[in-house]
Design a protein around this ligand. Sequence first.
Ligand SMILES: [Zn+2]
Length: 259
Amino acid sequence: MVIDCHTHIFEAGRGGPFDLPASAEDLLREMDKHGVDASIVLPLPGVASNKFAHEECARYPDRLMALYTPEFDVLGETMHRMEVFFEQYSPKGLKIHPRRQAITIHESIVIEVLAWADAAHLPVLFDVFPFGPTLAKSATHPLAYHELAQRMPRLQMILAHAGGYRMMEAFLAAKANSGIYLDLSFTPVYFKGSSLAEDCSFLCNRLPPGRVLYGSDFPYVRYSDSLAAAHHFSADLTEDLRREVMGEAAARLFGIESD
Ligand SMILES: [Zn+2]
């Protein structure tokens, strides 16, 4: 079973750097074409609201499962809005995008949200791809998540894009904390031709099985490019390990029934 732990759909119907068609149906068509059985769909402020992501995924419950992005625009309402949403829908976890949401994991409202997720046994996926104006902000770097994991050792955190150019820092954070998982979306394609793309197979081989997850970041990445990169970084893995990376780990983490 192949599970993509990192995809997006667009309310506008298309988007990303290639302006690809990106409705739920477009995503499913791409998944079918490339042998992907199920995908985790991430809401993204300005691109897909929580409600849109969940209502679209609810039409294909065996294939698409959405996460919930806490709303930090009105801080006094973050917790209440999240609780109300969870009464109506059943997200598989949370997604936080510190760069786009202009917050960091050092802020008290974020810690409050994470404590809530911890108590509810919900995994939390964070964008961890230092980039752009906040490139040097240490709170967006993988080591910040190491400190968080030391404080919340039971919380399951997925560092999306495996930490970007700071991949080895993400690797050591995952080595030090059993609650830290790495998603291999975007990074091996963005850094194709560099040593970082090669380091993806090192991550799979050196972390305990189940701690590295395949993701594409469709439509920011084309499926053909993402799966070509996955084919490359999984070429020297054992069959058991390849199955873990390509789906079984995500199935356990997000509670998806695997065949
Ligand atoms: Zn993404």
